[in-house]
Design a protein around this ligand. Structure first.
Ligand SMILES: Nc1ncnc2c1ncn2[C@@H]1O[C@H](COP(=O)(O)OP(=O)(O)OP(=O)(O)O)[C@@H](O)[C@H]1O
Length: 264
């Protein structure tokens, strides 16, 4: 499913934080959003997953206006992993993941055997099947993050919006989660993904395309290594970057240093 963001501006408490964003994620593509702290990534994503209304512009899924859809219809198409859930769900892990099935349930709202199977698969995909019976509040930060990703996967969305999915994850889990997001499920179903990421090397490795946000506006967009030039990294992130090649794969990697202080 295609995600089109056109002319999107977002305001919080009367202040415009995100200005006139236009980007497209073609069906099945992984599009990354990178930018320094406070550049507006979360605010933009919150509007895309409908936690905030647009002040101008629109978010469309295969041409249909997401903000004009009823909540259940929208939730059957698009699932989100917010940066901070803000909720200490007093539920078991299995119950938290089952919440992902709510948009698909009718009548009694009780999960069917098929719903339970979808949830079990989602937990297994993030390597958290063994946590199903545990209470959510007692999990570690990384375990919670994997369970919330499983909840989003259990929603079987056509579009997945992720705000820092690697937060709290150790390096092996970071690579595993981004690989599963990029590669889709065993049946080859792969949602369209829009994800904010801080780690520029991970963003370059797992995203088909990157959009760089700076002060609420798009500063650059395109294939990762066309975008992540030393000039842009100095200007937007304030760092000195070297590009080197991985000794085995030959893939480009970025190494960072602080910029030398400006001479007066
Ligand atoms: N409720 C709010 N009221 C006022 N300002 C806000 C509010 N929410 C966010 N902001 C400001 O908007 C700007 C963008 O914040 P946002 O969280 O979208 O940035 P971000 O790129 O996701 O940052 P980070 O990388 O630190 O997560 C920041 O300067 C932030 O302080």
């Amino acid at each position: 499913m295609r995600l089109d963001i056109t002319g999107l501006s977002v305001e919080v408490a009367g202040t415009r934080l995100v200005h006139d964003i236009t980007l497209r994620a073609a069906s099945g593509r992984v599009v990354g959003l990178v930018g320094p702290n406070g550049s507006g990534k979360s605010t933009l994503l919150r509007c895309v997953y409908r936690a905030l209304p647009p002040a101008a512009g629109a978010v469309r899924l295969d041409g249909a206006d997401l903000h004009a859809m009823d909540a259940r219809a929208g939730a059957r198409l698009l699932a989100a992993l917010p940066q901070e859930s803000g909720t200490e769900f007093d539920f078991t892990v299995a119950e938290v993941v089952a919440m992902g099935r709510l948009p698909h349930q009718r009548g009694t709202g009780r999960p069917s055997a098929a719903d339970t199977a979808v949830c079990a698969r989602a937990l297994a995909r993030v390597g958290a099947a063994h946590l199903a019976g545990r209470g959510f509040p007692g999990l570690s930060g990384g375990e919670k993050q994997r369970v919330l990703i499983a909840r989003a996967l259990a929603q079987e969305p056509r579009v997945l919006v992720l705000d820092e999915p690697t937060n709290h994850l150790d390096i092996a889990q970071q690579l595993a989660v981004l690989a599963l997001v990029r590669d889709g499920d065993a049946a080859g179903a792969r949602p369209t993904v829009l994800t904010a990421l801080h780690d520029l090397n991970l963003a370059a490795r797992y995203c088909d395309e990157l959009h760089v946000l700076s002060r609420g506006r798009i500063a650059a967009a395109g294939p990762p290594y066309d975008v992540l030039t030393p000039e842009l990294l100095a200007e937007v992130f304030g760092v000195r970057a070297h590009r080197v090649r991985h000794p085995e794969s030959g893939a480009v990697q970025l190494l960072f240093d602080r910029l030398p202080p400006a001479s007066s």
